[in-house]
Design a protein around this ligand. Structure first.
Ligand SMILES: Cc1cc2nc3c(=O)[nH]c(=O)nc-3n(C[C@H](O)[C@H](O)[C@H](O)COP(=O)(O)OP(=O)(O)OC[C@H]3O[C@@H](n4cnc5c(N)ncnc54)[C@H](O)[C@@H]3O)c2cc1C
Length: 290
């Protein structure tokens, strides 16, 4: 199916793009087009015009610094997946990207676009919610930064204003001594998650000083599970035994109120989230101790 008619603006600057967005309430930004175009083809989106970022110079950068990895709005998922700097500083990002669709989609799709699309079963929003960081947003009024914890509002909705463009995202590099895990259940490799769990654990002198547990596919946004995180922080790594992991898994399951659908019931999602947590937390601890 082809999309309904629209006007295409091949913008040459961010200022031109935000001006166009500001002047047309029915305009939409397009970056990789891997979510927006299918939605237009299915008549789930019907923008009057597309504000195309792809010809704007300087937006396709991937900068790996010691504290953060900054990815420009038109940098492709493939560029990030194959960046040596990203792999060294935050291997979790590459691991998650390997589950995003297929190589053809990652050749075109962008990391920033995935965050702006905010599919609750998508991998990259969950990575952002786990690591923390900021989105840089520009509108005719100027530039602001939005913390990861404030970015996802609800299903397919962020806190970006209608006339704002996300020009970049910065993922915070975890502290030394941090281990991670990423796991999801899908019907086929490359599908969106039926349910997925990311864990991060930081060890200092053998004790957990920071723990992060994020579930995706279990609600309208990626969900940090504070109850499971609290169980781990302050515990010596050697004391994370089967009982504690079981309590953590129960806390994960109890925190979720997922919807059921043809891919899995709510109860199935709750149960599997607990299982993925149990596996993931051990992987994170092993990696943190290595
Ligand atoms: C067959 C198929 C399978 C897929 N499987 C997965 C999967 O398993 N996991 C997964 O996470 N994704 C999957 N995707 C989606 C893919 O990752 C998309 O690339 C991503 O969701 C959106 O990035 P994009 O650059 O293509 O954004 P676009 O499609 O261009 O835009 C998506 C939305 O974000 C807005 N937007 C984009 N960029 C900006 C910006 N800079 N500022 C403000 N708003 C912006 C657009 O207006 C639009 O509403 C799949 C896609 C396809 C076609």
């Amino acid at each position: 199916m082809k999309p309904p008619p629209f006007t295409h603006h091949a913008c040459r600057s961010v200022e031109e793009a935000v001006g166009l967005l500001d002047s047309d309430a029915d305009a939409k930004v397009i970056s990789g087009g891997q979510s927006l175009v299918p939605m237009m083809n299915l008549r789930l989106a019907n923008p009057s015009s597309l504000v195309d970022l792809n010809r704007i110079p300087g937006l396709n950068t991937v900068d790996a610094g010691p504290r953060g990895i900054t990815i420009g709005a038109t940098a492709r998922q493939h560029d990030v997946e194959t960046s040596a700097g990203v792999a060294t500083a935050i291997p979790l990002i590459g691991a998650a990207l390997g589950h995003v669709g297929h190589p053809q989609i990652r050749n075109r799709g962008t990391v920033v676009g995935s965050l702006c699309h905010a599919d609750p079963a998508a991998e990259l929003p969950a990575v952002f919610a786990t690591l923390g960081g900021t989105v840089t947003a520009q509108s005719p009024a100027g530039t602001r930064t939005i913390e990861a914890a404030d970015f996802f509002d609800s299903y397919l909705t962020t806190t970006l204003e209608a006339n704002e463009i996300a020009t970049a995202v910065t993922f915070t590099v975890p502290q030394p001594g941090t281990g991670w895990s990423f796991d999801e259940v899908t019907r086929r490799h490359g599908d969106f998650a039926i349910i997925g769990v990311i864990t991060l654990v930081t060890l200092v002198a053998g004790a957990v000083t920071d723990a992060r547990v994020t579930v995706f596919g279990g609600g309208g946004t990626p969900q940090r599970i504070a109850a499971a995180e609290r169980l781990l922080v302050g515990t010596a790594a050697g004391d994370v035994d089967d009982d504690l992991v079981r309590s953590g898994a129960e806390a994960v399951s109890a925190a979720l109120t997922p919807a059921g659908d043809i891919h899995g019931s709510a109860e199935y999602r709750r149960h599997v989230a607990g299982v993925l947590f149990s596996r993931g937390i051990r992987t994170s601890l092993d990696r943190a101790a290595a």
